[in-house]
Design a protein around this ligand. Sequence first.
Ligand SMILES: Nc1ncnc2c1ncn2[C@@H]1O[C@H](COP(=O)(O)OP(=O)(O)OP(=O)(O)O)[C@@H](O)[C@H]1O
Ligand SMILES: [Mg+2]
Length: 285
Amino acid sequence: MLDPEFVLDAAARERLRDRFGPDAEPWCDGLAGLVAGYCRRWGLELDEALSGGTSRVFLGRQDGARPVVLKLTPDRSIAESEAIALRAWARTPHAVDLLESEPEAGALLLDRVTPGTKAAAWPGLPPLEDFAELAASTGDYGLVHGDLHLSNILDGGPVRGLVAIDPRPSCGDRTWDAIDIAMARVTSAGELDDRISRITALVPGLNAGRLRQWCQATAVISVVQRLFRYRHDGAVPDKFLLDLAASACERLKGRSLTNRDLAVGGARLAAQVRQRHRLPLYRSA
Ligand SMILES: Nc1ncnc2c1ncn2[C@@H]1O[C@H](COP(=O)(O)OP(=O)(O)OP(=O)(O)O)[C@@H](O)[C@H]1O
Ligand SMILES: [Mg+2]
């Protein structure tokens, strides 16, 4: 019998409720049964539980030896698209290996990346050459990872290099996957331009002008997110980000906007998009 606190503590339940709304409750209630079922079927012993934004993740071992990760999400479309991308990337060492999947139940079994430290936890950026190798190899398959921030890039050790996890894949402009590393810890427009030049020189097929425009456009989203958070923690979005977001709006609308306009407009848009695209929530039987 699994400890219910281990399966899903109150904070993790709250996070899922926050993301998926009250519909997540029945899934949370059934999670212990789901986990126990996969432990039996896939021969798993679980050592540690981690809480993601859209899933519950368990680090463990398969057949008493192989380090694995069991990832369960209430939103089966997330598991389905993740499995499609990971299958497409089966031959590259720079994407995590998918061992088993039951996406219609929101379940994936992944190889555990070791040592597996997130690039976000490193004191500096990962070497851009290593990032370029990852981006070139996943991009070669015609897929955009879609969520390649530094917490979704793990250290796979000296031979394997960087390994991408947690894709939200799509077909589209591969330049998208370089936005997060271009923006990471940047504090001025000059620093951003320099970072963009270095990345686009290393990754074939990326265009510096387009990367800059993507950074501007997504700065609007980041500012809105931070302004929402600001209501809770009081942390003001930094001036560089606000300026970058404002420059995107000026470019698109041809008029000057205040930070408040940005927040209100962005928040409305975010609410509409969220409403419109809300996917039916999968419930375990
Ligand atoms: N294959 C793996 N090997 C090692 N660690 C992993 C692996 N998969 C996930 N993790 C760990 O679990 C955490 C959460 O996993 P993941 O990012 O896939 O979940 P998520 O719910 O999509 O999270 P979020 O939405 O917050 O990004 C990762 O940040 C990482 O620390
Ligand atoms: Mg993640």
